[in-house]
Design a protein around this ligand. Sequence first.
Ligand SMILES: Cc1ncc(C[n+]2csc(CCOP(=O)(O)OP(=O)(O)O)c2C)c(N)n1
Ligand SMILES: [Mg+2]
Length: 322
Amino acid sequence: MSYPVEELREHYRMMWLIREFEQALSEQFSAGAIGGTSHFCIGQEACAVGAVAGLRGDDLMTSNHRGHGHFLAKGADPGRLMAELMGKADGYSAGRGGSQHMADFSIGFLGSNGITGGMIPVATGAALSQRLLGTGRVVLCMFGDGACAQGAFHEGINMGAIWRLPIVYFIENNLYAMSTPARQNFNLERLSGFADAYGIAGASVDGNDYFAVRDATARAAEGARAGAGPTIIEALTYRQCGHSKSDVCEYRSDEEEQRWAERDPLGSMRTRLLADGVVDSAGADELEREARAAVERAVDFARSSPAPSVATAATGVFSDVG
Ligand SMILES: Cc1ncc(C[n+]2csc(CCOP(=O)(O)OP(=O)(O)O)c2C)c(N)n1
Ligand SMILES: [Mg+2]
């Protein structure tokens, strides 16, 4: 499929913004501005941006523990996200949710969740609600290969399939669940093969290729919107970082990491956009600069945001201290 030039430029900028955001976040951890841990999506930017690009603007989305890129691609404000990660009052969840509990219903982002596979039943329920309300909206449900070994995956997808719900189940197969290789976790070569078991459509695509991801997601979303039911998309990708901040990836070989670094999604997107005349080299540099500047502004905003006041400690949480 061919896409408007302005959109492609914007999406290239967004892929860079996500990369720069994660790198800035890592620096903020090192500087002591953020405690705890986080899961970066460096290397998986084409999945986030390509999948969201395959949706209609008012479609819905759910995410997982590796969700900053998903949220930004769906339209989150980088400053408010960074503030959330720093535990500040201007954060999306007033600093209470942090990295794995982000949500903004106003942009159709229903939430992320640290429970592996935890959002699959939630997303399936959201798709049922859209069907009942007759909104014409589709739900994009993003999760990792590891989630496919969870009961929630099988129960959720079976329901989505029997009710032909408007949902796209999107597996970011980055080849590992923590240190466990997908080939040890599953007796299937391709995780889209699960689709056969539930009688729905399935496709495996190059998850480092924005265009392959966008085409597949658009096809699945439009099919779901038209009543054809769910699709399982498996996007093959690689996290160019540890599982979480403290992981030094002893279970991966240098050769494997090098091979995937050569297939960096940002590099191949740039090459493709130059080859197609969407941008020239100076134009691509400018988009990269803009992304960097946007992340610098986000960090400044978050650092100057106030800490939540003690008086609000009991608001916006489930348990009542009173
Ligand atoms: C129910 C549950 N079991 C175990 C964990 C611990 N855990 C956190 S992330 C993770 C691996 C997830 O792998 P995958 O779904 O492939 O996502 P990736 O981290 O590769 O993006 C596990 C097992 C958890 N959070 N929830
Ligand atoms: Mg994984």
